[in-house]
Design a protein around this ligand. Structure first.
Ligand code: FAD
Length: 388
């Protein structure tokens, strides 16, 4: 019951992804990052390795694993680079998973096989330019049924994987009706290239520079009625379930970044000297690295705990929020400490810790900010906001 030890199969997967990240990602990702370019060749290799199909059944071209296997892969990738890790996280956790969980048999058969092979990517469009935390209250995108088609109007902001040349579909949340004063929200799949669906150029981002993030616009965009994913009006519940799982995945990614900072510092302090001694011989540096290792391990245990609760089939909302909060803050703290240990080189983009520093911040923002995680935890603890 208390074991956090990986079994043989899980350890084999973990070490395969670790080797892949060191051999195939580490040597080249810095150049893609500098150019702000999506790393298609790396994504193709990740596809061949089966990473995009990890948690899906073999009948759809998946690997027949589970969400823990997917999170292990994210953790190992993020020890080396977060752009490729978030590309995988968004493609599987946000893109393909809702199609698998809520799609009809025909929708699964149509969309999942190329997604599981990593030949195509799916995206999930929830956030809008006017607000991400305040969903559904702040949502403005609408879809109405007209002669057997959904007509979508509105816009979405910050959507990962939405504009690559291999993006096949974006699942968009839109208001499709009202129940009293509450909006009814549905999820609708919009294939890439649909007329009326425009993808803006890449944002210029602080971090995750080799991942694809765009603003989307929908103007009278028509898709068949059959592109509804799940039941009409159930989109909000689907989105909550998707995000609870996604938080475990982001926590695994963040814990991986936190561990990557430890890996890099251990190597560096054995090489760099100051005042006639290796940096690693100074206790002030050792204590910094000890704190970093402790934070990385706690972050890892937090996502193991949430993933374990998820796989056990019970409620895991609180564990997922705790894991996401803990791991993203550990990543940010470790990135700051690692940059400090590297001194001037920590500020030079060529060094992985500089990338870690730039990539860590968004982990406290995406898939629910740290404030939103605290709200969830407080609510799960039974604290009411009625008398605020
Ligand atoms: C690189 C990147 C990739 C992303 N990928 C995707 C994607 O694929 N799909 C998608 O749908 N979204 C995506 N997002 C959006 C992301 O999930 C949102 O940015 C996030 O949920 C926060 O929403 P917001 O930016 O609108 O901030 P806001 O909701 O405007 O929040 C602004 C600030 O106010 C705080 N705040 C808000 N409400 C409260 C409150 N009640 N009490 C206290 N504080 C509060 C927030 O915590 C935050 O600090 C991505 C974002 C980025 C940057």
């Amino acid at each position: 019951m208390f074991g956090f030890t990986l079994n043989e199969e899980q350890e084999a997967l973990r070490s395969t992804v670790e080797d892949f990240a060191r051999a195939e990602v580490a040597p080249v990702i810095g150049e893609y990052y500098e150019r702000g370019e999506f790393p298609y060749p790396i994504v193709a290799k990740m596809g061949k390795l089966g990473l995009f199909g990890l948690p899906f059944p073999e009948e759809y071209g998946g690997m027949g694993g589970d969400y823990l296997a997917f999170c292990l892969a994210l953790h190992e990738l993020a020890r080396v680079d977060s752009s490729v890790a978030i590309t995988l996280e968004a493609a599987v956790g946000l893109g393909a998973m809702p199609i698998y969980r809520f799609g009809s048999p025909a929708q699964r058969e149509e969309w999942l096989p190329p997604l599981c092979r990593g030949e195509r990517l799916a995206a999930f469009g929830l956030t809008e330019p006017g607000g991400g935390s305040d969903i559904p209250g702040g949502m403005r995108t609408t879809a109405r049924l007209e002669q057997g088609e959904w007509v979508i109007d509105g816009s979405k902001a910050f959507i990962t994987n939405s504009g690559t040349s291999i993006t096949s579909v974006v699942t968009v949340l839109a208001i499709t009706g009202r129940s009293g004063d509450r909006p009814e929200i549905s999820s609708i799949m919009v294939p890439a290239g649909t007329p009326g669906f425009t993808v803006a150029p890449e944002y210029s981002k602080v971090g995750w520079c080799a991942s694809d993030t765009r603003e989307l616009a929908f103007a009278g965009c028509r898709v068949p009625e059959g592109n509804l994913l799940g039941e009409a009006g159930r989109g909000y519940a689907m989105f909550l379930a998707t995000l609870d799982e996604g938080r475990v995945a982001i926590a695994a990614l963040a814990a991986g970044l936190a561990q990557g900072c430890v890996d890099e510092c251990l190597r560096y302090v054995g090489e760099r000297t100051a005042f006639g001694h290796q940096l690693g011989h100074y206790q002030a540096i050792q204590f910094k690295i000890a704190d970093m290792a402790a934070r990385a391990r706690l972050a890892q245990l937090a996502w193991y705990d949430a993933a374990g609760a998820m796989l056990a089939g019970g409620t895991f909302k609180k564990q997922a929020a705790i894991a996401k909060l803990t791991a993203s803050e550990a990543a940010m703290d470790n990135a700051r400490a690692a940059t400090q240990i590297f001194g001037g080189y920590g500020f030079i983009n060529e060094f992985p810790v500089a990338r870690f520093y730039r990539d860590a911040k968004v982990l406290e923002i995406g898939e629910g900010t740290s404030e939103v995680q605290r709200m969830i935890i407080a609510r799960e603890l039974g604290l009411s906001r009625e008398d605020r």
